[in-house]
Design a protein around this ligand. Structure first.
Ligand SMILES: [Zn+2]
Length: 135
């Protein structure tokens, strides 16, 4: 059953990101000029200014470099506690996500994690959310 989630940011390059997620792929934009891979999605490279970007498939591997637990309810769809993690992806960007199958109690600095997807739903409909489990 799909988890209810707060509404995603949609439109433009965000739609492309979610289309790949719905195919079970995590892709981020990579600049063809300066070779930087970045997050969040943008129409232009914020380092060199080129519009020549491609959607690069990622390994799905990374390490937890920060985390927090929300103990207050900020969204109707997410009853507390809600664990959030910052994953430093193998390709460089830091990606905010949720742990899957573990909690903040299991986290140590640079804990290796791997990508998986969970079925979610917001006002725009069903989607696959990229989350991370222990590698
Ligand atoms: Zn660039």
């Amino acid at each position: 059953m799909a988890q209810k989630r707060p509404d995603r940011t949609l439109g433009g390059v965000h739609d492309t990101f979610w289309q790949y997620c719905n195919q079970g792929e995590l892709r981020l934009q990579s600049c063809s000029r300066c070779n930087r891979t970045f997050w969040p999605p943008m129409p232009v490279c914020d380092t060199c200014g080129t519009f020549d970007l491609e959607w690069k498939p990622l390994s799905g591997r990374g390490k937890v470099v920060s985390f927090c637990t929300f103990e207050r309810q900020y969204y109707d769809e997410l009853p507390p506690p809600v664990d959030c993690i910052v994953v430093k992806l193998e390709e460089g960007p830091q990606f905010l996500s949720n742990p899957q199958g573990f909690t903040w109690k299991d986290i140590s600095f640079e804990l290796p994690v791997k990508l998986t997807f969970i079925d979610c739903e917001d006002a725009a409909g069903p989607f696959k959310l990229p989350v991370f489990e222990r590698a």
